[in-house]
Design a protein around this ligand. Structure first.
Ligand SMILES: Cc1cc2nc3c(=O)[nH]c(=O)nc-3n(C[C@H](O)[C@H](O)[C@H](O)COP(=O)(O)OP(=O)(O)OC[C@H]3O[C@@H](n4cnc5c(N)ncnc54)[C@H](O)[C@@H]3O)c2cc1C
Length: 505
C-alpha cells in the first residue's frame, strides 16, 4: 500500500507530489492525459508560492521562468486610476517579491521534471480515475490505464493508498463520486482570454493619476471601463495576456473568431508585431466545495474551489491546500502523529479561501459594471476611500488562519511567518530547513534557534520584540503556530499532534 494517491497532475497535484515525496512519503499520481495541459491559464502567483517552491525543492527549476512584477492597478471609466496595489519599494516580508508572472505549461513541466529526482514519486499518465471505495485503513482506487504503444489495450487497474488527494480540476470526477456539492458564491461573468507573443510594449490609452514610480508595462492593469472591462497582464519573456469581458449581446463563438480577437488585441498593440497564440472564453465564477474531506479523501485545488481570476489567486489557493495537507500527512507517517490532525484541513483552508474569493468577487462586481452612470459613481466611491487604502498590496488580501492547528489567542498565531534575507545572500529557510522551527530570544533548556545569532540583520529579533514574544513556533507550511514561552509552545504542539477525540468531534 502506498501513502498517498494523487488524482490529477495539474499544478496542484504535481506540487502535492513534490512536497510529499520530499517528506519521504510514497506517492502515485494518476493523470488521465498523456501530457500536461498545453495552454496557459494561470499567469500570476505570489511570494508565498515562491517560498513553497523552496520547500518542495523545485525553486531552482522554476525561478528562471518567473518574472517579478509590480502589482495591480485598477483604472476607472474616465481612464483615471481608482485603485493601486503596487509593490515598488515595499518590504518583502517573505523573502520574495509580491507578484510573479509565469507561463503555466512551462511551470507544470518543471514540476513534473522534478519527480525523477525522487524515487518515491510515480506518475502514471493515461491513467483515468473511475471510482473509489473507502476502508478503515485505506482507500481502494479504481482506474483505467489507457492504451499506449507498450500497452495496446485499455485495462482496469486498482491501487490501495492510505489517503487520496483529489487534484482533478474543476469538473473533479472524484468530487462527483463522493457526492460533494459546490457552494455557489453567486458570481458568473463570461470573459474572453487571449494570449499573445509580442515584440514590443503595450499601447495604453492615456491614463491619468498613475502613481509616481508605477510602470504600466510591469503591472497587472484592470481597465474598469464600462464600454469593455479588460485586464492587461505582463507575462514572462514575450508573453502577454489580455482578458476581455464579453458584453451581454456578444456570442462566445463569434468573439473567438480570429478577426474579432485580432481587432480587440490590435487596439493595444499599435504598430507592435504580435502573434495570437490562443483565445478562449471562460465563465469566471466563485465556487467552494461544501465538504473538503470525505473519510480518507481530500479535495484540493480547483476540485475544491474556483475563483474569478481578478487577483490571480486560483492556483495559489490550491498550492496552499496541498502544503497544508503535506506536512500533516508527513507528521502522521513519519512521527506517529494522530490521524485526527487531518480534520483541521477544511477548518483552516475553507475560510481562508472564501476570504480571498470574496475579495475577488467583490472586485469582480465593480470591474464588470457596464452601466456608465453606475461606473462613474463606483469610481467616485472608490476614490473617496483612497486615503484609507493607501499603500495596500495584494498581500493584504490574504487572511490569517483563524482556527485549526494553531494556538489561538497568542499574538500572530495563524499568520504567515517572515523569511528574511541572510547576510550571505541566502534566505532564512535555506538555513533552517522547512520543518517545524522554534525561534527564541535567548538560549534555554527547550532549544530553538536563537534569533540574535542569525545573520539576518536583526529581523527575527525585531519580529519577536514587535509581538512581545520570547519564542515563536513556525509550522512546516510557514504559518505561525503560536508565540509565547518555548516550553509552552512545544507542549501545546505535541498535545495537538497527539490529539484523538477532541479534533474529530
Ligand atoms: C483564464 C484563467 C486565468 C487564471 N489566472 C490565474 C492566475 O493568474 N493565478 C492563479 O493562481 N490562478 C489562475 N487561474 C486558475 C488556475 O489556472 C487553476 O486554479 C489551476 O490550473 C488549477 O489547478 P489544478 O491542478 O487544481 O487543476 P487542473 O489544472 O485543472 O488539473 C487537473 C488535472 O486532473 C486531471 N484529471 C481530470 N480528471 C481525471 C481523471 N478522471 N483521472 C485522472 N486525472 C484526471 C486533468 O487532466 C488535469 O491534468 C486562472 C484560470 C483561468 C481559467
Amino acid at each position: 500500500m502506498i501513502d498517498v494517491a494523487i488524482i490529477g497532475c495539474g499544478p496542484v497535484g504535481a506540487m502535492a507530489a513534490n512536497l510529499l515525496g520530499r517528506l519521504g512519503l510514497s506517492v502515485v499520481v494518476l493523470e488521465k492525459e498523456a501530457d500536461h495541459y498545453p495552454l496557459p491559464r494561470a499567469v500570476h502567483l505570489d511570494h508565498e508560492m515562491m517560498r513553497l517552491f523552496q520547500s518542495a525543492g523545485v525553486i531552482d527549476r522554476v525561478l528562471p521562468d518567473m518574472i517579478a512584477t509590480d502589482g495591480h492597478l485598477h483604472v476607472g471609466a474616465d481612464h483615471g486610476v481608482i485603485r493601486y496595489m503596487g509593490t515598488v519599494g515595499k518590504p518583502k516580508p517573505f523573502g520574495w517579491g509580491n507578484d510573479y508572472f509565469f507561463y503555466q505549461p512551462e511551470f507544470e513541466a518543471h514540476l513534473r521534471a522534478s519527480f525523477s529526482a525522487n524515487g518515491a514519486i510515480k506518475l502514471l499518465t493515461g491513467a483515468e480515475f473511475v471510482d473509489l471505495e473507502q476502508h478503515d485503513s485505506h482507500v481502494s482506487v479504481r482506474y483505467f490505464l489507457n492504451e499506449t504503444k507498450l500497452h495496446p489495450e485499455r485495462t482496469e487497474q486498482h491501487l490501495n493508498a492510505r489517503w487520496v488527494i483529489a487534484a482533478d480540476g474543476s469538473r473533479s470526477p472524484v468530487r462527483k463520486v463522493l457526492g460533494v456539492e459546490l457552494d455557489d458564491l453567486d458570481f458568473e461573468e463570461p470573459w474572453l482570454v487571449v494570449d499573445a507573443e509580442v515584440e514590443g510594449p503595450v499601447t495604453f490609452p492615456p491614463i491619468t493619476g498613475v502613481p509616481e514610480g508605477a510602470d504600466l508595462q510591469r503591472l497587472s492593469v484592470m481597465m474598469c471601463d464600462p464600454a469593455r472591462p479588460a485586464t492587461v497582464v505582463p507575462g514572462r519573456r514575450n508573453h502577454r495576456r489580455w482578458e476581455f469581458m464579453l458584453l451581454p449581446h456578444e456570442d462566445d463563438a463569434e468573439m473567438m473568431r480570429e478577426e474579432n480577437v485580432a481587432a480587440l488585441v490590435g487596439a493595444w498593440m499599435r504598430q507592435v508585431p504580435h502573434k495570437i497564440v490562443r483565445a478562449a472564453t471562460y465563465r469566471f465564477h466563485g465556487l467552494v466545495a461544501e465538504q473538503w474531506q470525505v473519510g480518507r479523501v481530500f479535495l484540493a485545488g480547483d476540485a475544491a474551489h474556483q475563483t474569478p481570476p481578478f487577483f490571480g489567486q486560483g492556483m495559489c489557493h490550491g498550492l496552499r491546500d496541498v502544503a497544508n495537507l503535506a506536512w500533516k500527512m508527513a507528521a502522521i507517517v513519519n512521527t506517529g502523529a494522530n490521524e485526527a490532525i487531518l480534520y483541521t484541513y477544511q477548518p483552516e483552508r475553507d475560510p481562508h479561501v472564501r476570504g480571498v474569493i470574496g475579495a475577488a468577487v467583490a472586485a469582480g462586481r465593480y470591474i464588470c459594471e457596464l452601466d456608465p452612470a453606475k461606473a462613474a459613481a463606483r469610481d467616485a466611491a472608490i476614490r473617496a476611500q483612497a486615503a484609507h487604502k493607501a499603500g495596500e498590496t495584494a498581500a493584504d488580501l490574504i487572511p490569517a488562519i483563524a482556527t485549526g492547528f494553531i494556538l489561538p489567542g497568542t499574538p500572530a498565531a495563524g499568520t504567515r511567518f517572515i523569511q528574511p534575507a541572510l547576510d550571505d545572500g541566502r534566505k532564512l529557510d535555506d538555513l533552517t530547513g522547512q520543518g517545524w522551527r522554534l525561534f527564541v530570544r535567548s538560549a534555554g533548556a527547550d532549544g530553538g534557534i536563537v534569533a540574535d545569532d542569525l545573520p539576518d540583520g536583526g529581523a527575527l529579533t525585531a519580529w519577536l520584540e514587535a509581538h512581545g514574544a520570547q519564542a515563536v513556533l513556525v509550522r512546516p507550511d510557514h504559518y505561525v503556530f503560536g508565540t509565547g514561552r518555548a516550553a509552552d509552545l512545544l507542549a501545546a504542539r505535541d498535545r495537538m499532534l497527539g490529539l484523538r477525540q477532541e479534533l474529530a468531534a
